[in-house]
Design a protein. Structure first.
Length: 670
């Protein structure tokens, strides 16, 4: 009965929401499952989240239900069964997990990159089993952009460095200790003396020793609750994982070793306790910010780029000091945490001057406190968070996730973030950015039928009570998705996916008197995707996608149509050599009908390419395992646009109709 109701509701849910309107009046890679969420520019932060998970694997002999639910496709009942099994006898090796009801050999292979089984601690635990991981990566565009060329009047180029993107990382670790050094330079940045690269990150960490859960000195990140107070790194959002995207699972202090330059803290953090938990951290960082006058700065920039004279001038001009504490109680089936965070700048920070900036933070100090909870019962998880910023504005989110033995999963979530709520580190589930000025209700359902069919759908209805970016008044909208997947054979599947989003927007038009007015209307975007993947033996995988996009900007009657078709091939050429290649043709007459495609790339590089106008794209990715300890990666990609003579604008402008790049990566594991 539940299964039939779920399928019927899933079929009518997108239709019911899509039937509503907005009045118009004056004013394969694990990262692939997050492909839909990265359309709005979150690729770097999603990458940080995935990378941090892989660099901090869960110990199956210590992980809680909440920890286990971070793993891909983990079920509540499977997580509880794992803990029940562990209480009888600790796991001594990963293969022991196959004894847990719900963990097959295939699923164990899927989650292996994120888990570990640690032996009991002895004095030798800190000196044995050391491993080293060194990674070096170089990438660059093969066309010279205007920013690298001397100006006609003889002045030096806009970008002060060369066009290479460079990355180096050295990690040393065993079961309880880890050390990391990361160096990174973006295109256009110079090679700095002393550190060689523009960005440097390092940490020393100790974890899982008695009641000590984590101690980090150096760079780290902190997540807690549902992300209202502290969640500088994005996690899943809306996408095909319809019963997971609207809730957060990962909590605590984690060492940081990625190349994203703005998402971390620098100082020290400690996490203690089992049932009673205590976390505390302190951070002091110099940030890039532009000055309004001698003592007032804008909010620090989030790009981390230091290429131009202005960007270099703004480098490390504002100091931010942050202190936080979390105390909580974690029982077997429930937990509650109280969290506080205080931030102080050494200079005054000012918000923007537009009408949609009226609730931006301004001042030198900021504080926020909150409470989060989680209850885990058979087939049921209830979780939420409420937070209060020091201007007395409130934000809260509450979610319920349900599972049935019939293969049914539901997720319901309600969020209400006051326009005035301010959180400098928050990143909760939302349609917009940040954790303010939004109210929304989300419903996601997933249904498996046998072992071959899976149906998934979500509907998210949202309301912005105050002006959001670019608007002068309130707005509302909805987002719906439906997906049907069929598996046939080993590693072969077909998928149909439909997504529709409508958002309130404003446009300029003349009234009856011929005077220009700002009107409120709506923009919409719909996409339909068909994809089939076929595994031919153990060496060849083929994937074909056809996608249509229909869009209409606010105030226009014309519907723009985009289309994308690609053929993707993964070929295990030899036992040590793998090749991924793809050829894409696309057509998109307007930016609103742009298309996206996730691409396989170098290790820990996420590429979700935006395709606009009309043209073709090709890429080739090679991975070679030169022995057990050495990996080599190479990627070449090129996009050719039909009928264009200039690509981009400003310093990023390219003369011609071709945009191509090359990347090379070396990884040594000892």
């Amino acid at each position: 009965m539940i299964k039939a109701g779920t399928i019927v509701l899933g079929l009518i849910l997108p239709l019911c929401i899509a039937a509503q309107g907005i009045d118009s009046l004056a004013i394969d890679d694990p990262a692939e499952r997050w492909e839909l969420q990265t359309e709005e520019g979150e690729a770097d932060r999603i990458l940080v989240w995935l990378e941090t998970l892989m660099l901090n694997p869960l110990d199956m002999n210590r992980a809680s239900v909440s920890d286990l639910m971070m793993l891909p496709d983990m079920k509540l009942e499977t997580a509880r069964a794992l803990i029940d099994q562990r209480e009888q006898r600790y796991f001594s090796k990963l293969s022991d997990l196959r004894k847990v009801n719900g963990i097959s050999s295939a699923y164990l292979d899927q989650i292996t990159p994120y888990i570990i089984v640690k032996p009991k601690i002895t004095a030798a635990s800190f000196t044995r089993h050391w491993k080293a991981d060194w990674m070096s990566r170089l990438q660059r565009s093969l066309q010279k952009k205007e920013g690298y060329l001397p100006k006609q009047n003889g002045e030096s180029p806009v970008y002060k460095g060369d066009d290479w993107k460079a990355f180096q990382r050295l990690s040393l670790y065993n079961d309880h200790l880890s050390m990391n050094l990361t160096l990174e330079k973006d295109p256009g940045e110079g090679w700095r003396q002393g550190t060689l690269t523009d960005h440097t990150s390092a940490h020393l960490a100790l974890r899982d020793v008695g009641r000590l859960r984590q101690l980090v000195i150096g760079d780290f990140i902190v997540r807690g609750g549902q992300g209202l107070i502290s969640a500088p790194v994005a996690s899943m959002g809306k996408g095909r994982e319809v019963t997971r995207g609207a809730i957060r699972q990962w909590e605590g202090i984690r060492p940081y070793g990625s190349a994203e330059e703005t998402a971390y803290m620098r100082g020290a953090g400690i996490s203690l306790g089992n049932r009673f938990r205590l976390e505390a951290w302190y951070s002091r960082r110099k940030l890039s910010a532009s000055a309004l006058n001698d003592s007032t700065f804008r909010m620090p920039a989030g790009t981390g780029l230091h290429r131009t004279q202005n960007e270099l001038r703004n480098r490390a001009r504002l100091e931010r000091t942050t202190a936080g504490i979390t105390t909580g109680y974690h029982a077997g089936t429930w937990e509650i945490n109280i969290r506080g965070l205080s931030t102080r700048f050494d200079q005054t920070v000012s918000g923007g001057m537009q009408i949609y900036d009226r609730y931006d933070f301004s001042g030198r100090s900021h504080r926020v406190v909150g409470v989060d909870h989680k209850i885990v019962l058979p087939g049921l998880m209830i979780l939420g968070e409420i937070a209060l910023s020091d201007n007395r504005a409130i934000a809260f989110i509450q979610g319920i996730r349900m599972e049935w033995d019939s293969g049914t999963e539901w997720l319901l979530s309600y969020r209400n973030y006051s326009p005035g709520f301010q959180s400098l580190y928050g990143h909760a589930f939302a349609e917009g950015s940040g954790t303010q000025n939004e109210e929304g209700f989300y419903l996601g359902i997933s249904q498996r039928v046998g072992t071959k069919w899976k149906f998934a759908a979500y509907a998210d209805q949202f309301f912005f009570p105050a002006p959001r970016f670019g608007l002068r008044s309130y707005s509302r909208g909805y987002d719906v998705l439906g997906a049907l997947e069929h598996r046939f054979g080993s590693g072969s599947r077909a998928e149909i996916l439909f997504r529709s989003k409508v958002k309130g927007d404003e446009y300029k038009a003349e009234d009856d008197r011929g005077l220009g007015q700002i009107w409120r209307g709506r923009q919409f975007r719909q996409s339909t995707r068909f994809q089939i993947q076929h595994q031919l033996g153990g060496k060849l995988r083929m994937r074909t996608r056809l996608e249509w996009v229909r869009s209409r900007p606010a105030g226009e009657d014309h519907i723009y149509k985009g289309i994308l078709l690609f053929q993707d091939i993964r070929w295990h050429v030899l036992g040590w050599l793998r090749a991924d290649t793809r050829f894409t043709v696309f057509g998109s007459p307007d930016y609103s009908s742009r298309l996206y495609q996730f691409e396989n790339d170098l290790l820990y590089v996420m590429t979700n390419t935006m395709l606009n106008d009309q043209g073709k794209r090709f890429y080739l990715l090679l991975k070679a395992d030169a022995g057990e300890n050495l990996e080599l990666w190479f990627k070449y990609g090129v996009t050719v646009y039909d009928g264009l003579r200039v690509l981009g604008s400003g310093p990023e402008q390219i003369r011609g109709n071709r945009r191509s790049s090359v990347g090379l990566q070396l990884r040594v594991k000892v």
